[in-house]
Design a protein around this ligand. Structure first.
Ligand code: KET
Length: 460
């Protein structure tokens, strides 16, 4: 039916593109409507519950209530709990020792500079965003002396934080890339499946985490990517893998890179935690830089939500590294066609904060210190929680708490134990047993340790 809308004088190529994209979307939707689905997929279903205009029922009376988001819904439940001892370890958002959200000093300074600058206006940004911001973001992830940047092989567009960057990248791939399958790690951040599926890609998983060793299943990972079709897209967490806190070593990254390149697969990095894994921005970009150094194509979604604490400002970027400058500029022209009908152009404030900080040597330096302080506080929390469990002689080996890196600990607690901790101790966390270490403080560690101890000793 969608073919009926095509103007008769369109070129064959345009027709082909449109029919492909229409077919794809139809097949995605019919896939959701017709096939048996798992819980995760159920969350994204667009239920077939049309309200007839002739019915006397109120419109949308048959619209089913959708479940809360598995991560952001934890905060919704937390907010409803009247108990003062409650603790939100659900969403990955940094809190101070006092349990308060943190606005970095350097961000306040940058905002002050922006307010004082009377020449600043609120005009629309270009579709691709603020030029200074996109240039400096590419430098931040790829390194200032990156040959890809010097050779103009990279196109960077400002997007709505990490999520928006992933979505724009996925939409571009669904329109312009011959392979429609993306491999994501198992487990991964819960929104990945939805972002890529709704963009029209087919999502498959590769083995990543070994629950027995609580480490990387490198053998399974290489086997699964080894048997993936050539050209498949591969989603990789640049650092501080969410939710497991387990990253490949540099040698393992090299093995992964070689395999991906030998099968001409396309790496798509999600970099939401640069600076949070090791405390160093350069160190945490090593995986990405390893891939870009070989001259192959690479997609990178960056977020400033965590590392600059700009969560609600929704500031991030998508970089696509191409093989020639000409291709990069043509890719950018197509990215504009993706963005314009979606949200037209990105917001100005957050990107202005980021570029103010990135282009000033002193502010940049100050940012790295504040970032390191956040990363260090998380490491201290890991140590304190580990010690508290040891002091309680809680059954089990909890060394993964200090081995894992980034914002989260993937505790190994099961759904029932998590439910018990929420019910009895008012500790809110995602049902997969992930806790946000950034939400913890010295004051709340004993309460959490008590809860974990009670959960593992009384709930199987
Ligand atoms: N990638 C990963 C791996 C990730 O953990 C998040 C956010 C994002 C992208 C997107 O962040 P954005 O705010 O769009 O820049 N994760 C946390 C918050 C959330 O779920 O939205 C979380 O896992 O708690």
């Amino acid at each position: 039916m969608l073919y009926l809308f095509f103007a008769s004088d369109e070129s064959e190529n345009v027709k082909k593109m449109k029919s492909c994209s229409a077919d794809r979307r139809l097949s995605v939707i019919s896939h959701h409507l017709l096939l048996p689905i798992n819980d995760d997929e159920a969350a994204i279903i667009i239920s077939p519950s049309p309200t007839s205009s002739s019915s006397s029922d109120p419109l949308f009376a048959n619209t089913p209530r959708a479940p809360e988001d598995p991560i952001l819904g934890v905060t919704v439940a937390y907010n409803k709990d009247p108990t003062p001892v409650k603790l939100n370890l659900g969403v990955g958002a940094y809190r101070t020792e006092e349990g308060k959200p943190l606005v970095l000093n350097v961000v306040r300074k940058a905002e002050q500079l922006l307010v004082n600058d009377r020449s600043r206006v609120k005009e629309y940004l270009p579709i691709v965003g603020l030029a200074d911001f996109t240039k400096l973001s590419a430098k931040l992830i790829l390194g200032a002396d990156s040959p890809a940047i010097l050779g103009n092989l990279v196109t960077t567009v400002q997007c709505l934080s990490g999520t928006g960057s992933l979505r724009v990248g996925a939409e571009f791939l669904a329109r312009h890339y011959y392979q429609r399958t993306i491999y994501i790690p198992n487990p991964t951040w819960g929104n990945h499946t939805k972002i890529f599926t709704l963009a029209g890609l087919t999502v498959k998983t590769y083995r990543y985490y070994d629950p027995v060793t609580r480490g990387l299943n490198i053998k399974g990972l290489l086997e699964d990517l080894g048997s993936a079709p050539s050209g498949a897209i591969v989603l990789l967490h640049a650092c501080a893998h969410n939710p497991t806190g387990v990253d490949p070593t540099l040698e393992q990254w090299e093995q992964i890179r070689r395999l991906i390149r030998s099968k001409t697969m396309l790496p798509f990095f999600d970099s939401a935690y640069q600076g949070f894994a090791s405390g160093s921005l350069d160190e945490d970009a090593r995986s990405v830089r390893l891939f870009v150094a070989d001259g192959g194509e690479c997609f990178i979604a960056q977020s400033y939500a965590k590392n600059m604490g700009l969560y609600g400002e929704r500031v991030g970027s998508l970089s696509i590294v191409c093989r020639t400058a000409d291709v990069a500029s043509r890719v950018e022209s197509q990215l504009k066609l993706v963005i314009r009908p979606m949200y037209s152009n990105p917001p100005i404030h957050g990107a202005s904060i980021v570029s103010t900080i990135l282009k000033d040597r002193n502010l940049y330096q100050e940012w790295t210190l504040e970032l390191k302080a956040m990363a260090d506080r998380i490491i201290t929390m890991r140590k304190q929680l580990f010690d508290a469990l040891r002091a309680r002689e809680t059954p089990g080996d909890w060394s993964h708490i200090i081995k894992q890196i980034g914002m989260f600990t993937f505790t190994g607690l099961n759904t029932k134990q998590v439910a018990f901790m929420t019910r009895e101790y008012h500790i809110y966390m995602t049902s997969d047993g992930r806790i946000s270490m950034a939400g913890l403080s010295s004051r709340t560690v004993p309460h959490l340790a008590d809860a974990i101890h009670a959960a593992v000793t009384s709930v199987v």
